[in-house]
Design a protein around this ligand. Structure first.
Ligand SMILES: Cc1cc2nc3c(=O)[nH]c(=O)nc-3n(C[C@H](O)[C@H](O)[C@H](O)COP(=O)(O)OP(=O)(O)OC[C@H]3O[C@@H](n4cnc5c(N)ncnc54)[C@H](O)[C@@H]3O)c2cc1C
Length: 382
């Protein structure tokens, strides 16, 4: 019996994959969405907490033309209004015994500067629904085939095309077009040494990738009304670098008023397995919170640690103009790390770029905006 051929196979069911899957399923129901995990939705999932449901780690949508474009596209796909107020709360830091406005890292940016940069913008788009709700709605709307517990372990290439996808090292499926949304580093394994030039293979394998180390806290009482992102680093330069976080609005509960806060720092992927490094980084985050808010850690109601591997690397792969891998004409790369915008906006924009390349919609260009740090530095020199 001949094997079924999907029109589109989408690898990864996070925000990026779900966007592609939803848009493509408007054209054909012959779409399959694959994920290695037993649930769909990727990293943006709801987390129950004593103060109510939280995003799975700190989320922040910086105000920019590209963010608006991305959210408008998502609004259109979901058929509801997402864009809320634009808010301005300059980032804060703790220095010389007091909280003050954060004015940048100067000439000593942390190695993971690109990962933390969007959080420093101070200008934020508030959304009417949280990112975990975006993926929930996209899952509800999607009308194609889903295959959880299906980890793609190999793209089999024949005549310059992905001919088959191997799943869990055993089963195969076929698709005319393949959209990949996982991390680019994994492509070294998925495509294999036979296909990638040794130089590209080595670059993908050796690049520095960052793992997000997240700490969510439920404080025993309200700590601050400030909605600003806090960039905290302490007085001495160390290998751990700064953390970023913020307090969410306090909530009235059966236990009285409680407040949650969410924090993140980044560690090199290679040392993620080293529990000492992770422990030291977590201790540093807590030390910085305590310096700024001495009572914040007293009687903590809940503490949650989350490690999100391979949140991003930097532009390690060159794609063809249509976002395919050079030499593989039916393999589109929609991984968020390929977008100049990192994070949620990068996910949406890269999905849009691939959809546009496939003939569904078009991408308007957006003038590159200076980074928050450059803006601050330029402002400071006036
Ligand atoms: C802690 C944390 C904080 C963040 N904070 C922000 C923020 O403040 N602002 C912001 O804009 N962005 C933020 N982001 C980033 C943002 O959430 C992500 O970039 C993006 O939304 C994730 O969507 P995704 O589809 O790219 O990836 P994911 O949600 O990670 O989904 C990828 C999916 O692909 C699957 N997969 C991967 N490889 C395979 C394979 N070979 N076979 C089958 N399945 C596979 C995975 O199982 C996963 O489900 C944050 C991310 C984290 C982790």
């Amino acid at each position: 019996m001949s094997q079924h051929i999907y029109d589109y196979a989408i690898v990864g069911s996070g925000l990026t994959g779900l966007i592609c899957a939803n848009r493509l399923a408007q054209e054909t129901k012959n779409v399959v969405l694959l994920d290695g995990l037993d649930h769909m939705g990727g990293i943006n999932r709801p987390i129950p907490f004593p103060t109510g449901t939280l995003n799975n780690g700190l989320r922040f949508v910086p105000e920019s033309a590209s963010s608006h474009q991305a959210l408008l596209f998502l609004e259109d796909l979901l058929g509801l209004k997402l864009i809320g107020e634009s808010l301005s709360h300059p980032p804060l830091t703790f220095e010389d015994g007091k909280l003050r406005e954060f004015v940048g890292f100067g000439d000593r940016p942390p190695a993971f500067y690109e990962q933390i940069r969007p959080l420093m913008s101070g200008q934020e788009i508030q959304t009417n629904l949280e990112p975990y709700q975006w993926t929930q709605l996209l899952q509800e709307k999607y009308q194609g085939v889903t295959m959880p517990r299906s980890f793609v372990t190999r793209f089999q290439i024949e005549d310059g095309k992905v001919h088959q996808l191997t799943i869990n090292g055993a089963k195969t499926i076929r698709a005319t077009n393949v959209i990949y949304t996982g991390h680019v580093k994994q492509l070294a394994t998925l495509l294999g040494r036979d296909f990638l030039a040794p130089r590209v293979h080595q670059k993908l394998s050796k690049n520095v990738y960052w793992t997000a180390l997240c700490l969510d806290l439920c404080h025993a009482k309200p700590i601050t009304d400030s909605a600003s992102i806090h960039i905290l680093n302490g007085t001495t330069q160390d290998e751990i670098g700064p953390c970023a976080g913020r307090f969410l609005p306090a909530v009235e509960t059966e236990k009285g008023p409680l407040q949650a806060s969410q924090w993140v720092t980044f560690i090199e992927e290679e040392v993620t397995e080293d529990s000492e490094v992770v422990g030291t980084a977590l201790k540093k985050i807590k030390r910085q919170i305590k310096r700024a808010y001495p009572e914040a850690l007293e009687g903590l109601v809940r503490e949650r640690i989350m490690v999100a591997p391979m949140i991003g690397g930097d532009g390690e792969l060159k794609l063809s103009g249509d976002q395919t891998i050079p030499g593989v004409e039916n393999l589109w790369i929609a991984s968020a790390a390929m977008s100049p915008e990192h994070g949620l906006v990068g996910s949406i924009q890269q999905a849009r770029l691939v959809l546009a390349a496939l003939g569904f919609g078009k991408m308007e260009s957006v003038a590159a905006e200076p980074s928050a740090e450059h803006q601050l530095e330029e402002g400071a020199s006036l």
